[in-house]
Design a protein around this ligand. Structure first.
Ligand SMILES: [Zn+2]
Length: 221
């Protein structure tokens, strides 16, 4: 049985480079792969762009509400027809932008179609809250692997600070693609808290609601 792998890290932890290396390793051994990414990621259009300068076109992009299992089966069939043999692996860049349902489909592809799925993405947004796709991957992937990068202070970076010019910002939409309106800097927890004035998760995550119908009373507190 094949597995679903989630390889996550902060910005600039070399996720695209690692993905392209993994694809190369498969192909060097004579295997075919499919590369995909969510259409929401406008960086590089339909290409995966590594910071080391390697650029490669994806085989398909995934629309926000698209049925990913159906799309995979169609792309797999197309690959078999065009290349004359089946694929051995599905690789996804920017997997944080997938929906929860699409991540569920990744698990179905791994288990029911017996194709290994390697998903690469960022764990949390600039307010330290998990992206929906990443949260689901953390919940159901067979294998979790952290790709590490270094903060400006030398510690391991785990968060993504959002900058407009030379100023860090902590309010705004969850998604703002790097290089278009804003830039990001990978930070360790200490440097993030220093820049944010001690604030984490500024207002984005919906409040948990009690499902018992009543306000919590003294028994709950
Ligand atoms: Zn730091």
């Amino acid at each position: 049985m094949a597995k679903l792998y989630f390889r996550y890290g902060a910005m600039n932890s070399g996720k695209s480079t690692a993905l392209l290396q993994a694809a190369y390793n498969y192909e060097e051994r004579g295997h075919e792969v499919l590369l995909a990414k969510p259409a929401i990621d406008s960086k590089g259009d339909n290409a995966i762009v590594s910071r080391l300068g390697v650029v490669r076109q994806v085989d398909f992009t995934i629309a926000p509400a698209e049925d990913l299992l159906d799309r995979f089966l169609a792309e797999r069939a197309r690959a078999v027809q065009e290349r004359g043999r089946d694929i051995s692996c599905l690789l996804l860049d920017e997997a944080q932008f997938l929906s929860e349902q699409q991540v569920d489909d990744l698990l179905r592809i791994a288990i029911q179609q017996d194709i290994p799925v390697l998903a690469y993405g960022i764990r949390t947004d600039f307010q330290t809250v998990a992206f929906p796709g990443s949260r689901r991957l953390l919940e159901i992937a067979h294998s979790l692997e952290e790709l590490k990068t270094i903060c400006r202070c030398g510690r391991k970076a785990v968060f993504n600070g959002r900058r407009i010019g030379d100023r860090f910002v902590f309010d705004g939409d969850q998604v703002a693609i790097d290089g278009t309106e804003v830039t990001y800097e990978s930070l360790c927890g200490a440097c993030y808290l220093e820049e944010s004035g001690g604030v984490l998760n500024r207002g984005w995550r919906p409040k948990l609601e009690f499902s018992y119908g009543d306000e919590p009373d003294a028994d709950f507190t």
